[in-house]
Design a protein around this ligand. Structure first.
Ligand code: CA
Length: 226
């Protein structure tokens, strides 16, 4: 069941949408302010966020930019303003789609389904990097066919690196995506888990194969054979 986060300050709209979306088979959490929405988007890891642009504490586009700095969760913005520039600004800030208020629940539901379909297609469940195979659906990792036993965080760390093979991922992004601590937390946490992960993959920081640290930037997963 897709989990949605609805960020909406108007209690009447909020409760009507919660009812309508729940009836249509979604789990729905809510937040009434931009800050609460950001927190919930990071902590609750929803599958999709419906974000009202007119919030009491922060401009919705600012919320969206802050969210995009730490998360790729699909976002549909809802705007009361029939101001085209506002919508363009939201799409530029990383919104996946938008609805203009007032909208019917069925209309929002159709947009949600379309956005979730798009998102679902872009992340393959299984990634192969050299002899390393990471199955995110089954949460299983094998190296040259042999199972590798990873802790939950080690798996999440590897799975996140596997979504961006060959690209350096910052420790800040890892803290946000794996530990859900976008605004703090220590590099030490990442370093320790990286070293455990490396050991289980039969490598070390001194002699890396798959997990390559780039000093001062972050870490990347590579195919050592390529
Ligand atoms: Ca509002």
């Amino acid at each position: 069941m897709p989990q949605l986060l609805l960020v909406e300050d108007d209690p009447a709209i909020r409760s009507a949408l919660v009812r309508a979306l729940t009836e249509r088979g979604h789990g729905v959490r809510t937040a009434a302010t931009g800050m609460a929405g950001l927190q919930e988007a990071v902590d609750g890891r929803p599958d999709l966020v419906v974000l009202d642009l007119g919030l009491p504490d922060m401009d919705g586009c600012t919320v969206l930019s802050m969210l995009r700095a730490v998360s790729q969760v699909p976002v549909i913005v809802a705007t009361a303003r029939d101001d085209e520039r506002e919508v363009v600004r939201a799409l530029d800030a990383g919104a996946d789609d938008y609805v203009v208020k007032p909208f019917a629940a069925d209309h929002l539901e159709a947009r949600i389904r379309a956005v979730l379909r798009r998102g679902g297609a872009s992340e393959p469940a299984t990634v192969e990097v050299g002899a390393l195979r990471i199955d995110s659906g089954a949460r299983e990792v094998t190296l040259a066919g042999a199972p590798v036993e990873l802790s939950r965080k080690e798996f999440d760390l590897l799975a996140h690196l596997a979504t961006k093979v060959g690209t350096v991922v910052s420790k800040r992004e890892l803290l946000s995506e794996v530990w859900h601590q976008p605004y703090g937390g220590g590099d030490k946490t990442v370093d320790v888990h990286l070293s455990w992960l490396r050991r289980k993959l039969g490598e070390s920081a001194a002699e890396p194969r798959y997990v390559i640290s780039v000093r001062g930037v972050g870490v990347k997963l590579i195919d050592p054979g390529s």
